[in-house]
Design a protein around this ligand. Structure first.
Ligand SMILES: [Fe+2]
Length: 170
């Protein structure tokens, strides 16, 4: 039985859901090839982070530092705000996802995000289409609790990136 070695009860999946184990198989193979622990990846192993002024992949969060309880705010997340990221058929940002982790909550909450599907593809060939979606996502939020806004993004060849920002509630 696949993953019988895995003692984490949350990763024991019923046989009828076996097809969902595929990403875990890939993760296991990756870890074996790199001599890393098979106990699981930490956030910093999976998602890279850096100063957005020096690294073009980091999602940049634009949101107020504090908000009134229940007030509507707009969170904008952009990749390549300071240093533009390439937007070409062979190299581009695929998606941005925005998460909120309320203070004291056991689990984070997915707020929303955007997928970017046009990167110059055309019947004439790569980068011949002339249409490109830019990596910008907007999420409107009301919260009664303070917490941490976490932005994540995915580059088709440079993987997963993240940044975060605290949100206070007055
Ligand atoms: Fe990239």
């Amino acid at each position: 039985m696949p993953f019988s070695h895995n003692r984490n009860p949350y990763l024991q999946i019923e046989p009828r859901y076996a097809r969902f184990q595929e990403p875990l198989v890939m993760r296991g193979a990756f870890l074996e090839n790199t001599n890393m622990s098979t106990r699981g990846l930490t956030m910093s192993e999976l998602y890279k982070t850096a100063d957005f002024k020096a690294e073009k992949h980091v999602p940049v969060i634009e949101a107020p530092a504090s908000v009134k309880k229940g007030e509507l705010i707009v969170i904008k997340v952009t990749v390549g705000k300071e240093i533009p990221h390439p937007n070409k058929t062979e190299h581009h940002i695929r998606w941005i996802k925005v998460i909120f982790w309320p203070e004291g909550a056991k689990f984070p909450v997915e707020l929303g995000g955007s997928e970017f599907s046009a990167h110059g593809e055309s019947a004439e060939g790569p980068d011949k289409g002339g249409v490109y979606t830019e990596p910008q996502a907007i999420v409107a939020l009301k919260t009664e609790k303070p917490g941490k806004i976490i932005a994540t993004s995915y580059c088709n060849i440079h993987g997963l990136w993240r940044s975060d920002q605290d949100l206070k509630v007055e």
